[in-house]
Design a protein around this ligand. Sequence first.
Ligand code: SF4
Ligand code: SF4
Length: 499
Amino acid sequence: MLTALLPEFNIERDEDRCIQCRVCERQCSFDVYGYDADHNVMVHREENCVACQRCTVLCPTNALLICESRYAYKPNANWTREAISDLKKQAETGGVLLTGMGCDKPHKNYWDHILINASQVTNPSIDPLREPMELRTILGRKPDKLRIVNGKLQAPDYPSIELSTPIMFGAMSYGAISYNSFKSLAQAAYEFGTMFNTGEGGWPKELRKYGSATIVQCASGRFGIDLEYFNDASMVEIKIGQGAKPGIGGHLPGEKVSEHISLTRMIPEGSDAISPAPHHDIYSIEDLQMLIHALKEATDYQKPISVKISAVHNAPAIASGMVRAGADIIVLDGLRGGTGAAPKTLRDNVGIPIELALAAVDTRLRNEGVRNWASLVASGGIRNSSDVFKAIALGADAVYIGTPALIALGCTVCQKCYTGKCAWGITTQDPYLSKRVNPEIGTQALTNLLRAWSLEIKELLGCGGINSIESVRGNRLQLRGIGLEDWELETLGIRGAGQ
Ligand code: SF4
Ligand code: SF4
């Protein structure tokens, strides 16, 4: 075939170690392995391998090695292997190239160009093992001034949510991820005192007991939405955009809409679940304002309403409008945000990094004197606790994480979520594969992750002589840039290292 592709990976099996147990064959969901009974040997089709590493990890004798392909086209700076492969795939299918997870292009990662300050002589550092360190975070509109009645501080009039740590699990819908993964996120958020986000795929009834740890989404498809759905949750999020695919909707193919998903999404079993690109009732900030207030009305003004947008060129102006429209929380989802499925060209070329969008939005809201009107949540590209710390110092109140949570559940970032064949049982509805995530073990892994990052954030606070995350919020003096141009430092609102 003219468009045949070179295999992306080589599979090396040590025949001296292999005991023909056929574990690799049973574990592989991409049809790579087979067994040749006549010769009592395992065989493989390298062209099917996606390097999910399920076989390598579970091979009982460590007989397998999956490595980057040694088959290569002639080196060419313009016509890279990826460019040639993509073109051949399109010549074969005539369709849009799909991919999973976040943008993997080498755009500058600003987290790696930002350094954090530490105390030395004055304002001495604090030992987080001996001193209390406060990570508690309140999200929602903040009052402009304190109200004291009869000598007592009054609670603010605005609805809010309280988190034990400034880290939440971002929106991942049931449908995009398996039930067991979804349940693990819900249970871990509940146990740790933070929030998980249902995404746009509805909220199974049996998980409503975790309502105090649940954010529900109101997206363009309006799947699984009724009054109970909003009122059983702690916060409602209007999803306008997603960092991985700004400006387009979503599509869950009918074959993934099982009986339980159909009940949860309130759509017929086997029907395609299509989320339109725009909300068909939102074409202006005034329209958004009407939806925000309709949701406030529906929830008796008891739940904060957030609005999530992709980080795009004019995010500061849009955020300003959203705050004035009554959003209590603004979520910015950056270019590197993950997804179950997105057109590759959109994922890799549309939007801007969260670091720049976050700093620009925080600056704009401060300059306009409306920063207290809404909390800011940053997402899309957070990889570790220092990214969280830097995001908060750039102006975020809290962050959402998606890909790190999936990695904690077993994901190896093979980017094949869109196939529905996730060998780790995470982004699949196949009952055989889904069982690979045990919700109790998943919950433990996720709470471990939250605990580890929280401890590290306390270490970062302590080394800066700070005992509360609140004191870091928007405190860009804690940061210095390295290897950045003047315009980048200016957008981030930080000085260069040594200044
Ligand atoms: S899992 Fe390992 S030992 Fe078992 S058949 Fe595959 S390569 Fe051989
Ligand atoms: S969730 Fe599964 S399919 Fe998606 S990147 Fe991770 S391992 Fe691969």
